[in-house]
Design a protein around this ligand. Structure first.
Ligand code: FAD
Length: 461
């Protein structure tokens, strides 16, 4: 008998390790709630993942099996289960977060004294980072190599007769959190993906930056699959294969639209590649500056940013979406991250940690990789990348629908004035909407200051 150790892969379909375990013999599926690892993610994501564990348990029970749930350290629990059930092989999937890598090593070390071994499969990514060069300076270079590696299709769910059902009634309650969470688990993920493919894939590229559409059709303007992908409630091969096949089935504009979705998955892959070769991605600049970067330490500015009260309407709308939904659309995600690390010159690590606390789609590789990309400390950093929050709003939310939705105090302010809010004079702002924040930094000065400070750190001044 084998064990399959579920970690961030809360599904039975398209699961590489589970599929391998079941081809090799009968399988006892287990999940270990590891409090030391769990406390590194936010309470909202913890609740979403635990709801995913319950959904997975139900899926096993419907197949006359069960998911054995334990609490504690995998290095203690797995050897006990190996002894108790006379296990031959413990299967799992490879994960890249340093804390997860260490745990797997500890399990391996403990199992060395037994007859059982550990077998970890590549599941989380389409291309094993070890098959590629160890570093790429730009996404286009990464993509060129990544694209040439053949990608396999989804794995089938294991046959029900391979699944062992040991039910001991143990489970972990899903804690209450401060926001309402979307339904968790593989069925909810599959439903969302079906809907997206049927209704939205062929307009994806045209819609993905359309912020009014994000308010009107939140799960079809973009997929909003990220919470499910980060919890492994849907397999990456399923996403890539189906969207690529659908793109191949059409031509012209529809094809260009649909192809963008599997292309976007390559950004995720690049972040995993970065993390694989740079385990300190969350704490160290990927690109070291020749001169020490002088970050500002300003609690008032940081608090205004977290609360969505910076006086920059698109930044505030984005931060309030994050606080209210545990999710933030990719366009404002970039704008708020740039605003913190450039206009406010606050260390990107502080922003990334706040995201970790609030997001339900927090993904260690994508969060820290993207923060570094925005902060000009990551890959593609040929220049100082600064998003202008005013022109970003003029371009992507020109009717102010997104901003009005999340910053309701601006509802009655004319659109042009909302867009130009940070550049209006104080008297005008006060007449238009005294209850909305004054800009905490001057738009042009903030831009200039960031440019100078980064160029100094880069040794260009
Ligand atoms: C500062 C910052 C932090 C981020 N943190 C995270 C994070 O913690 N978790 C996370 O999943 N994404 C993160 N992203 C990437 C991106 O914003 C989200 O993946 C996307 O907004 C999720 O919404 P969606 O599922 O509707 O995306 P869609 O547009 O529907 O895209 C589909 C999928 O493609 C992948 N994808 C798209 N763009 C990116 C990207 N730039 N990097 C990595 N993957 C991408 C994601 O898996 C996403 O779910 C971050 C981006 C920035 C700028």
């Amino acid at each position: 008998m084998n064990i399959f150790w579920h970690r961030r892969d809360l599904r039975t379909v398209d699961n590489a390790g589970l599929s391998a375990a079941s081809r090799d013999g009968s399988v006892l599926p287990i999940y270990i709630y590891d409090p030391d690892l769990f406390k590194k993610i936010g309470a909202r994501q913890q609740a979403f993942w635990l709801a995913g564990v319950q959904a997975l348990k139900t899926i096993y029970q419907e197949r006359d099996s069960d998911l054995l749930v334990r609490i504690g350290s995998p290095a203690d629990i797995i050897p006990e289960l190996v002894d108790e059930y006379d296990i031959e092989t413990v299967y799992c999937n490879s994960h890249y977060r340093p804390g997860r890598r260490t745990r797997r090593q500890h399990v391996e070390r403990e199992l060395a004294a037994s007859d059982a071994s550990l077998d970890a499969r590549t599941d989380h990514v389409l291309v094993d980072p070890g098959r590629l060069d160890s570093s790429y300076t730009s996404h286009s270079q990464f993509h060129r190599d990544w694209e040439t590696v053949p990608k396999r299709g989804p794995y089938d769910a294991p046959d029900a007769d391979r699944l062992i059902g040991i039910s001991d009634g143990k489970t972990i309650a899903v804690p209450d959190v401060d926001i309402s969470l979307p339904p968790a688990g593989p069925e909810a993920a599959a439903k969302r993906f079906d809907r997206f493919c049927n209704q939205a894939l062929f307009q994806y590229n045209d819609m993905r930056d359309d912020l009014p559409a994000a308010v009107e059709n939140p799960t079809t303007s973009v997929s909003r699959l990220s919470p499910y992908i980060s919890g492994g409630m849907i397999g990456i091969r399923s996403l890539w294969n189906r969207t690529q096949n659908l793109a191949d089935s059409v031509s012209g504009r529809e094809r260009r639209n649909a192809e963008k979705f599997p292309y976007e998955l390559s950004w995720r892959e690049q972040n995993y590649h970065l993390l694989y070769y740079n385990p300190d991605l969350a704490v160290e600049n990927y690109n070291e500056f020749p001169n020490q970067m002088q970050w500002r330490e300003d609690e008032d500015d940081f608090n205004a940013w977290t609360a969505g009260e910076t006086g920059y309407p698109l930044v505030d709308a984005g931060m309030r979406q994050l606080n209210q939904e545990g999710y933030i659309h990719n366009r404002p995600r970039q704008v708020v991250a740039s605003f913190l690390s450039k206009h406010l010159l606050i260390d990107w690590r502080r922003g990334a940690r706040y995201f970790t606390k609030q997001l339900i789609d927090h993904d260690y590789a994508s969060n820290y990789g993207n923060w570094q990309w925005i902060a000009s400390t990551g890959t593609d950093s040929v220049d100082v990348r600064i998003f202008d929050p005013v022109s970003q709003m003029a371009k992507y939310d020109d009717g102010a629908a997104f901003v009005r939705h999340y910053v309701p105090e601006l509802s009655d302010v004319p659109t042009e004035e909302i867009i130009e809010w940070p550049t209006l004079n104080h008297g005008k702002r006060n007449r238009l909407c005294p209850e909305y924040a004054e800009p905490i930094v001057d738009r042009n000065n903030g831009y200039e200051r960031a440019q100078q400070r980064f160029e100094r750190a880069l040794g260009k001044r």
